[in-house]
Design a protein around this ligand. Structure first.
Ligand code: F6P
Length: 327
């Protein structure tokens, strides 16, 4: 019996991430390979509401595997959070004869997908695309490795000036509520500490750093701080250190959105390609309302509710390694 999905809608939503284009390419080509039409939806859920949609052929995704950002554009759509917004989106799907959706994004994207799927019984498959790596059920999200490498390169450069001036640097990185970028970029760049939301309070972590990290044997120190508006971010912690230890020459660097840009690493391109192919295969297997994950190099299907809600913790051995190696 022929499977009933004849046409999929494809969108990217939420914060862009390097490798989203590679995923768009993989989804598009795998769908066409299987005789399924692809309708590209622009600007995430916003485009599903306003009907900004165009059919894609294989050549529409030529030459994009190495491009950062997303050719489909992206947005955070408030209207889609409302039942009225989702109704309009559903009406667009009916009009465009879209039978299923592939959504590439993070937890906000999958929260919206779960609601739409529940209300209108639409098959939806998610592909995890976010630099934050904060989705449960996959070892890595698309874009995370590229962002880590970007941060590492920046921190290597900061080290040059930090050691020349014998300064303490606080470097703030993204991650929303998760410390993966902070912890692992700290390991990769040989930083002295990472202040992350998964462990104690930032103040306690700063105290521990002051106690252990600011050693006389080192002429510079770099602390990677996971963004946290409540503590005034890296600047807030730097101010606290300056108050307690005016003898230290302290500087702050906020890396900001440069962490989201750039050509994806080989790792992210491969991840995106495998996950994009798997997303269409999952639909063909009649899977629905799942995110594609890769655990221990094996493809897995993760229900949206688990991917979004279950807390993914940082690796305790990575936390310990950072402490040991910072001496
Ligand atoms: O989720 C990706 C992310 O880059 C977070 O790390 C960060 O908190 C947020 O998006 C920033 O969002 P915006 O680009 O809308 O300011």
């Amino acid at each position: 019996m022929e499977y009933s999905i004849k046409c999929i809608g494809l969108l990217t939503s939420g914060g862009d991430a390097p490798g989203m284009n590679a995923a768009v390419r993989a989804v598009t080509r795998t769908a066409i390979f299987n005789g399924i039409k692809v309708k590209a939806i622009y600007r995430g859920y916003k485009g599903l509401i306003t009907g900004e949609i165009r059919e894609f052929q294989t050549q529409d995704v030529s030459g994009i595997i190495g491009r950062g950002g997303t050719i489909l554009k992206t947005a955070r759509c408030e209207e889609f959070r409302t039942p009225e917004g989702r109704r309009t989106a559903y009406e667009t799907m009916l009009r465009e004869q879209i039978d299923a959706l592939i959504v590439i994004g993070g937890d906000g994207t999958f929260t919206g997908a779960r609601e739409l799927a529940k209300e209108y019984n639409i098959p939806i498959v998610g592909v995890p695309g976010t630099i934050d790596n904060d989705l449960w059920g996959t070892d890595s999200t698309i874009g995370y490795d590229t962002a880590l490498n970007t941060i590492m390169e920046c921190v290597d450069k900061i080290r040059d000036t930090a050691s020349s001036h014998e300064r303490v640097f606080f470097v703030e990185v993204m991650g929303r509520d998760a410390g993966f970028l902070a912890l692992n970029s700290a390991l990769a760049a040989g930083a002295e500490a990472a202040i992350i939301p998964e462990r104690k309070t930032p103040e306690e972590q700063l105290e521990a750093f002051i106690g252990n990290g600011l050693r006389k044997s080192k002429n510079s120190s770099i602390v990677i701080v996971a963004e946290n508006p409540e503590i005034g971010g890296a600047q807030g912690l730097a101010n606290t250190l300056k108050e307690k230890h005016p003898e230290y020459d302290v500087r702050v660097t906020i890396l900001g959105h440069l962490q989201r840009g750039g050509s994806p690493t080989a790792y992210d391109r491969i991840l995106a390609s495998r996950m994009g192919v798997a997303a269409i295969n999952a639909l063909l297997e009649e899977q629905r309302n799942i995110m594609i994950g890769i655990k221990n190099d094996e493809l897995v299907y993760v229900p949206f509710s688990k991917a979004i809600k279950d807390d993914k913790d940082v690796n305790p051995d990575s936390v310990q390694a950072l402490q040991i190696l910072a001496i």
